[in-house]
Ligand binder design. Structure first.
Ligand code: SAM
Length: 346
């Protein structure tokens, strides 16, 4: 069993998860984060009693209940969700539990919560394209920001970054870890199969299921990318095994994001999504979990993608501890890229 810090363990024991994550009929609230992921993230966030925490993505309210325990009676949790109904549901549950140190805000989290700043910690459970400047501007020096990011500037090239706000409102990367959350969206999102941004070509099959692709190649050649998708609908990509027993596919992803960020593509469809190689002839994309890839058998992409795996193996199968986050200031926010600690020729 995973061991968490004693404070996070105590918070997990103090909050009844089902109260927050289950609907009255016993079904799971869609906007719920898995407990182990919340717990490990809160461990890394290192929240002290008395702290003021900004949370983006209230969802079920479970993580804000845990944060409420961690900050204690002298601290405050300000939790923001773009879906007003979720905020009202969480407000009721927190009130019933007597949690008076949680402030709930129905708004677009890109803007943070300016009326309640400054914050000692910022945590997000939904993926911004870049870390908004507002989160940094509303933070105290030394504030830790833990947020899901798109490492390769590509939708679903997921990781979780820990960064620190430095005195001059800069953001410095501290660590990267595996993990991913749904993209930040507007209040009116009515489907979950196509990401709300970053998709370069999209087709629907005969059953109405969406197939989509994102990559710098598809952005430049959307018509060709659409043709590729139509071909995939007809041929249906096959699941092929890539990784051997004992290999960690998520470690490979860390290395892939650091070494080939600009060559990557994300393919999504009724079978889920994968990130890897794509060109006009085909795709070879690694599934987010497990040892498999999706392929339509095109030699070009299979050779490229399997070549990456061989180089990763020759480099000793480096993983998340072998890459570091590099934060780049852009007009919309801080873009996060991965860089190898000790570059390996790829
Ligand atoms: C994975 S859920 C959060 C789960 C939550 N941490 C829990 O403990 O259940 C992600 C949440 O982010 C919210 N979200 C998405 N886009 C947002 C935005 N632009 N601003 C604020 N919240 C947003 C969604 O409505 C959803 O509730």
């Amino acid at each position: 069993m995973t061991q968490y810090s004693s404070r996070v363990t105590a918070a997990l024991s103090a909050v009844d998860e089902d109260t927050y994550t289950l609907n009255p009929d016993g079904s799971l609230v869609t906007q719920t984060t898995a407990r182990p992921l919340i717990a490990s993230t809160l461990d890394g966030l290192n929240v002290q009693p008395g702290a003021k925490v900004l949370e983006i993505g209230t969802g079920s309210g479970y993580s804000s209940a845990l944060l409420s325990e961690l900050v204690g009676p002298s601290g405050t949790v300000v939790t923001v969700d773009v879906v007003p109904d979720l905020i009202e549901r969480a407000r009721t549950l927190h009130a019933q539990a007597g949690r008076t140190n949680v402030i709930l805000v129905a708004a677009d989290g890109h803007h943070g919560a300016p009326d309640h700043a400054p914050f000692d910690r910022v945590v997000a459970w939904t993926t911004p394209e870049t870390i908004p400047h507002a989160w940094v501007e509303q933070s105290r020096p030394s504030c830790l920001v833990v947020a899901p990011v798109e490492l390769a500037g590509l939708v679903k090239s997921h990781a979780v970054v820990t960064a620190e706000v430095t005195g001059d409102q800069n953001l410095t990367g501290r660590a990267l870890a595996p993990g991913g959350y749904v993209e930040m969206h507007g209040a009116d999102l009515d489907q979950w199969t196509v990401p709300p941004r970053g998709v370069d070509a999209l087709v629907h099959d005969g059953q109405g299921a969406a197939w989509w692709i994102a990559s710098s190649w598809a952005k430049k050649h959307p018509a060709e990318a659409g043709k590729l998708l139509t071909g995939l609908v007809d041929e249906q990509p096959q699941t092929v095994r890539v990784f051997e027993d004992g290999e960690d596919p998520t470690a490979f992803r860390a290395w892939m994001y650091a070494t080939h960020p600009d060559e990557l593509a994300t393919l999504g469809g009724p079978m889920g999504f994968g990130v890897g190689a794509a060109d006009s002839a085909g795709v070879f994309v690694f599934r987010p979990f497990g040892p498999d890839a999706l392929s339509n058998g095109a030699m070009t992409t299979e050779t490229v993608a399997r070549g990456w795996v061989e180089t990763w193996r020759s480099a000793g199968r480096p993983g998340w501890a072998s890459v570091r986050p590099v934060l780049l200031r852009e007009s919309t926010g801080w873009r996060v890229r991965a860089e190898e600690n000790q570059p390996v020729r790829s």
